[in-house]
Design a protein around this ligand. Structure first.
Ligand code: KIV
Ligand code: ZN
Length: 511
């Protein structure tokens, strides 16, 4: 049995299916670059047939990423598989992941198909997919509630048809570790030619068992785990990449395998995904939570100071926690700025965008003096958006907030080629700013989420604001960063409006 555990990241597909986690193509590209830097083996870039936007995002990732395999999901029908195949064509290595449901309840109530028809459709799907690539993965949706004899039968058939990876999803998060491990062991024992394919698992977290089930499956012989950064995903989410990776790395003695992941990229990936989706990471979350390496009790602190391993099983720096590193200041020049961006793997499209970003960096350095990597990430995230997303722009702002007075906001916005002013009062300055924007934009959107995070430490830190807006079934997240959190809030609101204006065609496709 191989001692390499393949990490298949589905943050951009299953993760994006969480209501409110929709991402633009540029945001997906930024995450894909970070996943490549982290040395993820397979990136499931999306579900190409879901919409033109999804297709273009998978294609753009396939064109850009060279080190990871790029995968698109497809239902077991010819059209979905053709769209997936076309989208991954530019990839250095492309995979099609096709699936059909196999549990009695799904076959009868959802598909309205007989088991024989399901097997036949699955075999056809593998044939369609193989016209585009030899790297075909098959998933038996709701395998966790499927009959073992039927799973053996369908897996035998798809392996004969040429599937190279067999995925066993616990779609509804119903399984428990011992039983799930038994299922995997039985499949590997009973399915003919089981040793010619990679056995994969994909666990949802409805009972909080996604990571435990995935790890139990690894002990039983699975050699691919499907997971997401921060455990993002449908409902309670998927198995969290960072927990799976660090469990097998830290307890190699138990699992007998390891991943290729560069673990120092885990925390940057977590922050990037959290910033883009607006889904915060709970402070006590394993590996990536702000308190994951913080020792509060005096006894623990004393122990760690005497000998780190008394209370620590991993080193914070090995998963990418660094004390905020001072990287640039107000005297840093354009070359230092450009080379730090390169070191961070941030690609700025054109020289014009770089110049614009540098001007903004100088303005920030004047206000903040010390610029950290996190500040640079936030600063350039606007620069990588295409100009057509900038229908609404904040030109100037004035806020008034005084004890006993009603807070006021006055804004000047560029809307298309026009300049417009609006003033409003509100329950606080942020509320007043949003009302002023709405006077001009008249968007009719519903505010679903407003959250503020300090990007670094200290009272001079930039605030990073996420605003989630919904309109006509579309949900978008807007981000804005500034040392003034009211300005950051206005920028985030405008960023979300720009995404809606650009007809960002994402409707959280649920499969
Ligand atoms: O949860 C699930 O069953 C899935 C499949 C499409 C793999 O996401
Ligand atoms: Zn899933």
């Amino acid at each position: 049995m191989s001692d390499q555990l393949i990490i298949f990241d589905t943050t951009l597909r299953d993760g994006e299916q969480s209501p409110g986690a929709s991402m633009t193509r540029e945001e997906k590209l930024r995450i894909a670059r970070q996943l490549e830097r982290m040395r993820v083996d397979v990136i499931e870039a999306g579900f190409a047939a879901a919409s033109n936007g999804d297709f273009e995002a998978v294609q753009a990732i396939a064109q850009t990423i060279r080190e990871s395999t790029i995968c698109s999901l497809a239902r077991a029908n010819e059209n979905d598989i053709r769209r997936a195949g076309e989208a991954i064509t530019p990839a250095a290595r492309g995979r099609i992941h096709t699936f059909i449901a196999t549990s009695p309840i799904h076959m009868e109530k959802k598909l309205r198909m007989q088991p024989d028809q399901v097997v036949e459709q699955a075999v056809k799907a593998i044939g369609w997919a193989r016209r585009f690539t030899d790297d075909v993965e098959f998933s038996a949706e709701d395998a966790g509630r499927s009959e073992i004899d039927f799973l053996c039968r369908i897996f035998d058939a798809v392996i004969q048809a040429g599937a190279k990876t067999i995925n066993v999803p616990d779609t509804v998060g119903y399984n428990v570790p011992e039983q799930f491990a038994r299922t995997i062991r039985t499949l590997i024992e009973r399915v003919p030619n089981a040793d010619r394919v990679v056995w994969s698992v994909h666990c949802h977290n409805d009972l909080g068992l996604a990571v435990a089930n995935s790890l139990a499956a690894v002990m039983a012989g699975a050699r691919q785990v499907e997971c997401t950064v921060n455990g993002l995903g449908e409902r309670a989410g998927n198995a969290s990449l960072e927990e799976v990776v660090m469990a097998v790395r830290t307890r190699r003695d138990v699992f007998g395998c390891d991943t290729r992941i560069d673990t120092t990229q885990i925390v940057p990936a977590s922050k990037l995904v959290s910033g883009i989706t607006g889904f915060p990471v709970q402070p006590n979350k394993a590996i990536v939570g702000a308190n994951a390496f913080a020792h509060e009790s005096g006894i623990h602190q004393d122990g760690v100071l005497k000998h780190r391993e008394t209370y620590e099983i991993m080193r914070a720096e090995d998963v990418g926690w660094t004390a905020n590193k001072l990287v640039l200041g107000k005297h840093s020049g354009r070359n230092a700025f450009r080379s730090r961006l390169q070191e961070l793997g941030i690609v700025i499209g054109s020289e014009e965008q770089l110049n614009h970003a540098f001007t903004r960096f100088k303005a920030l350095a004047d206000k903040k003096h010390e610029i950290f990597d996190e500040d640079l990430q936030a600063l350039v995230s606007d620069e990588t958006s295409p100009h057509e997303l900038e229908h609404f722009r904040l030109l100037a702002s004035r806020f008034h907030s005084e004890t006993g007075e009603v807070p006021q906001a006055s804004l000047t916005l560029a809307i298309g080629s026009e300049e417009k002013n609006a003033s409003s009062s509100g329950s606080g300055p942020v509320d007043a700013a949003f009302k002023a924007i709405e006077q001009l934009a008249e968007s009719g959107t519903q505010l679903l989420l407003y959250s503020v995070n300090a990007i670094t430490t200290g009272t001079d830190a930039q605030g990073e604001v996420t605003v989630r807006l919904a309109k006509d079934g579309k949900v978008v997240n807007g981000q804005g960063a500034d040392t003034d959190i009211i300005v950051a809030s206005a920028k985030a609101y405008l960023n979300a409006l720009n995404k809606l204006h650009a007809k960002f065609d994402k409707l959280n496709p649920q499969i």
